[in-house]
Design a binder for this molecule. Structure first.
Ligand SMILES: [Zn+2]
Length: 237
């Protein structure tokens, strides 16, 4: 084999290895359409869930898994993914939708946490990211980090799920960089920015909206918490 082919072969193997290492999860995982499919995915997580476990047992196994999960340096956003997933799980345990979010200061420290509470509080606006920003902005701590209503540089929202159109616009208005754990192929706005009216698109372009560097395990948990309505068909009928 000549030298050129050897280099090509080496680069191909390297690229495949890197792709396997960095990511990840096939994008089709992030679409779930039936309870059966959902339960199979839950049972596929490395936390001992059986498809016939009662819901409180499933949620307890997820909780134990999350609090014992050790983030590796390979996935630097897992520290935020774990906390936002724990917030999401808290909402699921309350009977709500499983989306959680944390606010991170420029030093990388989590300074606020929240979760979706639409069902709990009978409020259409209380998505995870909306609740996070609204509660934080009402707090005394906000004075240090927010200029009137725009967040100071270096602040970051980390959400367990890709922001929806409503949350995306709120985050863009707040001027805060945003990362998320599970992509939303059927509902996320980050990958559909080109659909926005031009002035909103321009506003959003001034800040980062990107998928976090999270482990496959945290991405899967975030997706399954997001779709926890399959557990008991919760929400308006
Ligand atoms: Zn939302």
């Amino acid at each position: 084999m000549n030298k050129f082919l050897s280099i090509i072969l080496f680069l191909s193997v390297f690229a495949i290895t890197q792709a396997q290492k960095l990511n990840t999860v096939d994008n089709s995982y992030f679409i779930t359409h039936s309870r059966e499919e959902y339960m199979q995915k839950l049972a596929g997580l490395p936390c001992g869930i059986n498809t016939n476990d009662p819901i409180p047992v499933i949620l307890q196994k997820l909780h134990t898994y999350l609090v014992n999960f050790k983030p590796s340096a390979e996935y630097p956003d897992d520290v935020y993914a774990i906390e936002s997933n724990l917030q999401a799980l808290k909402s699921v345990k309350e009977g709500g939708y499983g989306i959680g979010a944390v606010l991170v200061d420029p030093a990388g420290k989590i300074i606020w946490e929240a979760h979706n509470s639409q069902i709990q509080k009978h409020r259409s606006d209380l998505h995870g990211e909306m609740t996070l920003l609204t509660e934080f902005e009402k707090s005394r701590l906000a004075k240090k980090y927010v200029n009137i209503y725009v967040y100071k540089p270096g602040m970051m929202v980390f959400s367990s799920a890709e922001p929806c159109p409503m949350c995306f616009i709120r985050l863009a208005t707040a001027g805060v960089d945003t990362k998320y754990c599970t992509p939303g192929p059927e509902d996320g706005m980050v990958t559909r920015v080109s659909c926005l009216p031009s002035s909103w698109r321009d506003m959003a372009s001034k800040h980062k909206f990107e998928k976090g560097n999270c482990s496959p395990e945290m991405q899967k948990v975030a997706h399954l918490l997001f779709f926890s309505t399959f557990l008991d068909n919760r929400g308006p009928k």
